[in-house]
Design a protein around this ligand. Structure first.
Ligand code: ATP
Ligand code: MG
Length: 202
């Protein structure tokens, strides 16, 4: 049985045609070269129909750094153009709390004068203050937004928050002390693992 190549129109035996999976029936081309060109006309544009014209649900990862604040600015500008909304997320790594426990445990005789749950509250307040800076920018520019502090490891918190979003925006670097690298370790890992498109702002 012969199939007609949708690119050049040549007729090719079905069993030697190059098959490309598609929604519904697979598409059969006469050659790999035609397959690379793809289906002309409406079919070629079809995948775009499933994507939003502009990202409307945008998650921004915020850690109080300059690049993260610039990420908020870019995201707010996109959201305003798309009549979308931002979700600003800051994560407090529980390892910080454990580290503090170790320190205060070792130094109990010195008495640091601050209880572990107080530390947790301070860290949460600090994250909320970092979010507030971004939230203020949104309020002043009339951009719909919400804020979230997650008491969980930042990588998991950010990936989870972005799962249902159209776009994730973050800074290239954060508050980490190691300089020289173009990307911080969290940006690096988010780019590697996110299934939502990521915009990284310097
Ligand atoms: P490192 O942490 O590896 O020392 P860094 O701090 O310079 O390096 P990253 O931590 O990768 O860089 O930060 C990059 C971006 O990730 C930040 O601009 C911010 O958008 C986001 N980010 C970092 N930490 C957090 C966090 N705790 N919660 C939410 N977003 C964060
Ligand atoms: Mg960091």
């Amino acid at each position: 049985m012969l199939v007609k190549c949708p690119v050049c129109g040549a007729h090719t035996p079905r069993d030697v045609a190059v098959e490309v999976p598609a929604r519904g029936e697979p598409v059969r081309f006469c050659s790999a070269r035609c397959a690379e060109e793809g289906v002309p006309g409406e079919d070629a544009a079809a995948p775009l129909a499933e994507l939003p014209a502009l990202p409307r649900r945008i998650v921004v990862a915020v850690d109080g750094s300059g690049p993260a604040q610039r990420a908020v600015e870019h995201a707010a500008s996109l959201a305003r153009a798309a009549d979308g909304e931002l979700c600003l997320v800051a994560a407090v790594d529980p390892r910080l709390l454990r580290a503090f426990d170790l320190v205060s445990g070792a130094a109990r005789t010195v008495d640091l004068g601050i209880a572990p749950d107080e530390v947790q509250r301070l860290l949460r307040d600090d994250a909320a203050a970092q979010l507030e800076r971004g939230a203020r920018l949104c309020r002043e520019s009339g951009v719909k937004h919400s804020t979230r502090v997650e008491m969980s490891p930042p990588l998991a918190a950010i990936l989870e928050a972005a799962e249902e979003a159209d776009l994730l925006v973050m800074g290239s670097r954060g508050l980490g002390a190691i300089s020289g690298a173009v990307l911080g370790s969290l940006s690096h890992r988010v780019i590697a693992e996110s299934r939502t498109p990521v915009l990284v702002v310097h």
